[in-house]
Write a protein that binds this ligand. Structure first.
Ligand code: CA
Length: 224
């Protein structure tokens, strides 16, 4: 899952990036509102942490423009303490949640995870595809009741696939949402990780869940 953090206080920004990265999220950090909006309109994100007081364009204006352009990415607003009007305006403009500053990194991370779960649908904490289940809070996966040991990257990959179960996911989209975009997509990093994941969840089971869609990408399917 890829998150955009928009925060001009450099120190807070890098703490937020660190906290979210530790949760296996892919994080992009920008320091100005106009840059944030441009990113949002050209890249695909699963959630946004948006400070209100920003250079370039303020957070509320970024939010207004996002919603005007039908960009429904969940937004967590960071507002100055005690500014009720700001928060009310933010919620009216379509923010999904807000926190007052100063805020704890742990709380920001927990709220972002909650937004991501909500966006992934009502299967909130536990996602299920056939007999494969993934508990995103306990960070545990099982198939047919047997524990599947996953690395952080494999977990992130499976989480993304399960959140989009039944749909074909392109390699590009996996690169964007599960990996830092700085890597060369010409390498076979995705294939290798996918191979390991497939071994762990499908080997020894008659019913295969992870499918390669030739020339397009991958799909996790439990209904065939
Ligand atoms: Ca600020």
């Amino acid at each position: 899952m890829r998150v955009l953090v928009v925060e001009d206080e450099k120190k807070l920004g890098s703490f937020l990036r660190k906290g979210l990265t530790q949760e296996n999220l892919v994080v992009d950090l920008v320091h100005a509102g106009d840059i944030a909006l441009e990113r949002l309109l050209t890249h695909s994100y699963d959630a946004v942490v948006l400070d209100i007081m920003l250079p370039g364009r303020d957070g509320l204006s970024v939010l207004r423009e996002m919603r005007r352009q039908y960009l429904n990415t969940p937004v967590l607003l960071l507002s100055a303490r005690g500014n009720v009007n700001e928060r009310v305006e933010g919620l009216n403009l379509g923010a999904d949640d807000y926190l007052s500053k100063p805020c704890s990194i742990t709380e920001v991370v927990a709220r972002v995870r909650a937004l991501l779960r909500r966006a992934a649908g009502e299967h909130a904490t536990v996602m299920q595809v056939a007999d494969l289940s993934l508990n995103v809070v306990a960070r545990a996966a099982t198939r047919g009741g047997r524990k599947v040991e996953l690395t952080n990257r494999e977990f992130a990959l499976l989480e993304y696939l399960m959140a989009h179960a039944g749909r074909v996911i392109t390699k590009t989209s996996l690169c964007e949402h599960v990996w830092e975009h700085h890597f060369d997509t010409g390498t076979n990093v995705v294939e290798v990780c996918m191979q390991r994941l497939r071994r762990k969840i499908d080997d020894g089971y008659a019913k295969k869940l992870l499918h390669t869609v030739r020339g397009t990408g991958y799909a996790l399917r439990g209904d065939e």
